[in-house]
Design a protein around this ligand. Structure first.
Ligand SMILES: Cc1cc2nc3c(=O)[nH]c(=O)nc-3n(C[C@H](O)[C@H](O)[C@H](O)COP(=O)(O)O)c2cc1C
Length: 210
């Protein structure tokens, strides 16, 4: 299948069959998420991979009782930084210098510009910005899962506070933003599997300015 065929094949799976996704495929999905671009390259979020069935059971009632939370193979929790601090910004700039093996004046000026802007803003504004970056990675993971012919369900339908509590995210300075159960569709119990995909027409979606 070509990528576009796979994107037509994928859907927000409503029922999963509990089958395990091979680790090699999970790794590729996570790698696509890690390689996603982010604003200033800060990657202000982490992914928690939950395979522990008891933890999944605890999360499910806090996620509208959606069965995919427990019937998936791996539950990916995208959790964003609760704030941008000087330390967090410096860590990413230092990492860039370490990996590239040199310091660049333009890059150092850019570091100072961010240090003079982000930490002064409210935690709420910074978390919102960080969460937006997590969505980009989330999209990459969804597409990578489809490419690997692994089903997934993008989920905002959960209580972030409850999930943060279950996974002890507060002490890591993280707040859950999105859930992505990955696994395999249970076609006989999934009401959505045979319904036609609905998208706006290209005409309503794309405006060409020539
Ligand atoms: C950010 C986001 C949050 C979503 N939250 C849920 C959810 O909690 N539960 C669910 O079953 N589907 C959820 N969906 C799935 C959407 O309803 C679905 O992607 C959309 O209707 C398009 O259908 P398709 O993905 O099957 O092509 C979510 C999708 C996105 C992108």
């Amino acid at each position: 299948m070509e990528l576009i065929e796979k994107l037509n094949w994928r859907f927000a799976t409503k029922a999963m069959n509990g089958q395990k996704v091979p680790q090699e495929k999970v790794d590729k999905i996570l790698e696509a998420a890690r390689l996603a671009p982010t604003s200033s390259g800060l990657q202000p979020f982490e992914i928690i991979v939950v395979t522990n069935q008891e933890i999944k059971e605890q999360i499910k009632p806090n996620a509208w009782n959606q069965p995919q939370v427990t019937d998936c193979s791996h539950l990916l929790v995208f959790a964003a930084w609760d704030n941008y601090t000087e330390e967090r910004i410096n860590n990413m700039f230092d990492l860039t210098n370490d990996i590239r093996g040199f310091k660049n004046e333009g890059w150092e000026n850019y570091r100072q510009m961010l240090l003079g802007t982000y930490p002064q803003r409210s935690a709420e504004e910074n978390f919102t910005h960080a969460a937006k970056q997590a969505y980009i990675s989330f999209g990459a993971a969804i597409i990578a899962a489809a490419f690997e012919e692994v089903d997934s369900t993008p989920m905002e339908g959960f209580s972030p506070e409850a999930v943060d509590e279950i996974l002890n995210l507060k002490e890591k300075g993280l707040k859950s933003v999105l859930l992505l159960p990955i696994g395999y569709r249970d076609s006989s119990n999934d009401w959505l599997v045979n319904l036609t995909k609905v998208r706006k027409s290209k005409e309503d979606f794309i405006t060409e300015v020539n």
